[in-house]
Design a protein around this ligand. Structure first.
Ligand code: NAD
Ligand code: GLY
Length: 370
């Protein structure tokens, strides 16, 4: 599978459209976009109360700028603060947010803004989808992962003790504001984890993007703003095209799960403590490429290019020894995307081209032991 070619990068900020009919929306990408929150929001909802959901880490850095922009555009701003961390992406903190919305007299027309990474985006999105059966939702993603992936496409949700993202709703934002400048304060490890998702888009859909990351990795790691804007924009274009074709993951959208089957198993078996999600995805992508090679679907050069790029980006590529044997088979089998005992495993055919293979968990696990 491949996606349409991008138009050349243009002036700052860039806008990508997600064409979903009456639920279409814009993704605005550029440096300083945070300070445009008020006018951007006022263009889609009438100024009144606006609720900003964030966490203490991101809130301390960026809440004042977002609030000032909203107030200058005529909004009254209420804040909801969720503690930092994946362990708070749960129903208890959803209920906390509902209570705060009621206290603030939030109505059906009150926009909820998610200011943060994927954790805040997923939780606030689920709150927006369900409070009063749905209020306008705006994503203001502040991690690279959130800017290239989680803020686009409408997957919202929270975790249960039984597993990640088991509760949720497809609920598209009305607007996404991706400020490249905020990535400067992102811890380097988090930035690299987001880069794994960028590399993923290149492998599955866009050889040109992959080659760009290969050629410009040093400048990317130095956070060259123009280059980052171009890359975030391209990833958003690719994701928009996938979501437009298959919004609810009935088929094609699952291509975005490249590397994720093994990643989820590794995360489960290491109790979500050893690897960030993007790091686990890097391990899973290197694994998926080796498996594709073993099945004769791609050549050795494809595997080598992917592993070399991930390694240069400081990402892990080796399956940890404790993700092996029956425990690995079980972890793969309990992934929520298994159907009829088979995993719709994303394989690579060449850099920029991918396809599905239906594989049993033990076949996948056997490759990990190879
Ligand atoms: P995160 O939201 O936990 O953010 C990572 C860390 O960076 C946090 O400590 C956060 O406070 C901090 N941070 C965020 N922005 C910052 C900034 N600009 N400067 C300094 N610190 C900053 O993690 P994440 O990687 O963004 O998101 C992971 C979550 O996203 C997971 O819950 C995952 O399930 C979800 N996700 C959802 C989708 C989707 O389609 N909805 C896709 C991929 C991942
Ligand atoms: N992150 C995968 C998706 O949005 O489908």
């Amino acid at each position: 599978m491949t996606e349409p070619r991008s138009t050349p990068a243009s002036a700052d900020p860039a806008t990508v459209q997600v064409g979903l009919g009456d639920r279409a929306y814009s993704i605005v990408i550029g440096t300083g976009v945070l300070d445009e929150t008020g006018p951007q929001l006022a263009a889609i909802v009438r100024p009144g109360l606006a609720v900003v959901v964030s966490n203490p880490t991101v809130g301390r850095l960026y809440r004042a700028r977002v609030t000032a922009s909203l107030e200058a555009a005529g909004f009254r701003v209420a804040g909801i603060e969720i503690p930092d961390g994946e362990e708070h992406k749960n129903l208890a903190w959803v209920a906390f947010a509902y209570e705060r919305l009621i206290e603030a007299h939030a109505e059906r027309s009150t926009p909820v803004l998610a200011l943060g990474g994927g954790v805040i985006g997923d939780l606030a999105g689920f709150v927006a989808a369900t409070y009063l059966r749905g209020v306008p939702f705006v994503q203001v993603p502040t991690t690279l992962l959130a800017q290239v992936d989680s803020s686009v496409g409408g997957k919202t949700g929270v975790n249960l003790p039984a597993g990640k993202n088991l509760i949720g709703a497809f609920y598209q934002p009305r607007l996404v504001l991706g400020d490249i400048g905020v990535l400067q304060s992102l811890p380097r490890r988090q930035f690299l984890a987001g880069l794994a998702e960028v590399i993923k888009y290149g492998v599955i859909l866009d050889a040109e993007l992959f080659a760009l990351v290969e050629a410009e990795l040093d400048r990317i790691l130095q956070q060259d703003a123009g280059l980052l804007r171009r890359i975030v924009r391209r990833c958003c274009e690719l994701k928009a095209a996938v979501v437009e074709r298959d919004e609810r993951e009935s088929d094609h959208r699952a291509i975005l799960n490249f590397g994720h089957t093994l990643a989820h198993a590794v995360e489960t078996l290491t109790e979500y403590k050893r690897f960030l999600h993007g790091e686990a995805v890097a391990i899973g992508m290197a694994f998926a490429a080796r498996l594709s090679r073993a099945r004769g679907l791609c050549d050795e050069t494809t595997v080598e290019r992917l592993v070399a790029l991930l390694t240069r980006a400081g990402l892990p590529v080796a399956v940890p020894p404790d993700a092996a044997g029956p425990a690995l088979v079980l972890a793969i089998e309990t992934d929520k995307k298994v159907a009829g005992g088979k995993v719709k495993f994303v394989c690579v055919e060449a850099i920029g081209r991918s396809r599905f293979e239906l594989l049993a968990a033990d076949v996948i696990a056997a490759q990990a032991a190879a």
